[in-house]
Design a protein around this ligand. Structure first.
Ligand SMILES: [Zn+2]
Ligand SMILES: [Zn+2]
Length: 138
């Protein structure tokens, strides 16, 4: 048992189960995973686990704000462990999703000025071609 993961789940007042630990470990390893990708990886270790159970666990962890859903247009939602405010970048070739540390504050400010809204949330998603795919192309 990974004591770090156990501790982390407890911090978020989540019951510690081997399945949940597995979900957390896979998200730590892979960053962003869709429910199907996650299910496939978890099934390697828990072959009898149903997709419904994985869903239930994910939602319990989302309720505690431990896991976040990353909604990407035209792509199945990905899930990640909640981190500091960050933007996402998706590769149009291979579909990889990565974090980019950008400060969204200046963008929020600009939108507030232009719209007179009080903005409290933004999801920034950029798309393009990742360095690996760029190398393959040339
Ligand atoms: Zn790529
Ligand atoms: Zn992310």
């Amino acid at each position: 048992m990974d004591t770090n993961v156990t501790q982390l789940l407890k911090t978020y007042e989540l019951k510690v189960t081997p399945q949940r630990m597995c979900i957390v470990e896979e998200l730590m390893k892979n960053g962003h995973l869709s429910i199907d990708e996650l299910y496939e990886k978890i099934r390697e270790r828990f072959p009898s686990l149903s997709l419904a159970t994985v869903y239930k666990n994910i939602h319990a962890m989302m309720d505690k704000n431990f896991i976040k859903e990353v909604k990407i247009p035209n792509v199945k939602s990905k899930f990640e462990l909640t981190k500091n405010d960050h933007a996402h970048i998706i590769c149009e070739k291979c579909g990889k999703v990565e974090d980019v540390d950008v400060n969204s504050l200046s963008i929020i400010k600009e939108v507030e000025e232009k719209s007179s809204y009080k903005i409290d949330h933004t999801d920034l998603i950029f798309s393009g071609i990742c360095p690996e795919c760029l190398t393959k192309e040339s």
